[in-house]
Design a protein around this ligand. Sequence first.
Ligand SMILES: [Zn+2]
Length: 152
Amino acid sequence: MAAPEVGMKITIRVEITTDWDKTDTFEVCQFERPYRQLEPEKIGLSLAEGKDVLHMLQRVVVAAQAEEVCMMRRFCTHCHRFLELKDRRIRKVDTVFGTVPFRSARIVCCPCETPFQMEYPYSPMSEFVPERATAERCRLRRGSRHRCRIAR
Ligand SMILES: [Zn+2]
């Protein structure tokens, strides 16, 4: 009988607890380090693997936050009505760890909050990422443009 194919596996999971105390675990990524293929380059994580971990972690965190924003905005703050979900669209946000996609919910606003009792869909996440980038990413962009102007 052949020896089973085994090797060291490193799994990175993240546990996220919402504002209403619901905890979920998400797998971020997995690395394999089988002893038979071990070489000096395979000790620890490489710089590229470390960047991948942060990028994948960023995807999971942004997706969870987009979901939480959607849940928190489904109730009208005035009449407490549960608001209709129009749809979810894939949006991208530029972050310091790369561009990550997320499902951005479009919620139909409550007629009690709008002039002429109109109901129209809006994306609550656009309030948090108005320039399709995180605030830190925007500051870094502005900083690098500023430095470019000084250098000229
Ligand atoms: Zn309302």
